[in-house]
Design a protein around this ligand. Structure first.
Ligand SMILES: [Zn+2]
Length: 89
């Protein structure tokens, strides 16, 4: 059974859960955790700068995907962290 990694950004804590679970709340603070693709390497929270840069970029790209779906004039987006390119006709 494959797993996903979920991360609470507030507590900097990660949780491994089976793939069928679609949302995870942090056991410490109860906030919704972020799901990260297994191929992505999440930096150690001890490396404060890398950790912060990773999550800033991750949330930025996630936001871009939402914009891309909401805005028909947006034809293409590049997501270097997620290693994806989304485009439409
Ligand atoms: Zn938490």
């Amino acid at each position: 059974m494959s797993h996903r990694t979920w991360v609470c950004l507030s507590c900097q804590k990660s949780y491994r859960r089976v793939q069928t679970i679609s949302n995870v709340s942090c056991a410490l603070c109860g906030q919704a955790c972020e799901y990260v693709h297994w191929k992505l390497h999440i930096p150690s929270p001890k490396k404060t700068r890398e950790w912060k840069e990773f999550w800033t970029q991750y949330l930025h790209e996630k936001n871009l995907i939402a914009q891309f779906h909401a805005d028909p004039t947006l034809k293409q987006i590049d997501l270097p962290l997620l290693n994806q390119r989304h485009s439409k006709q």
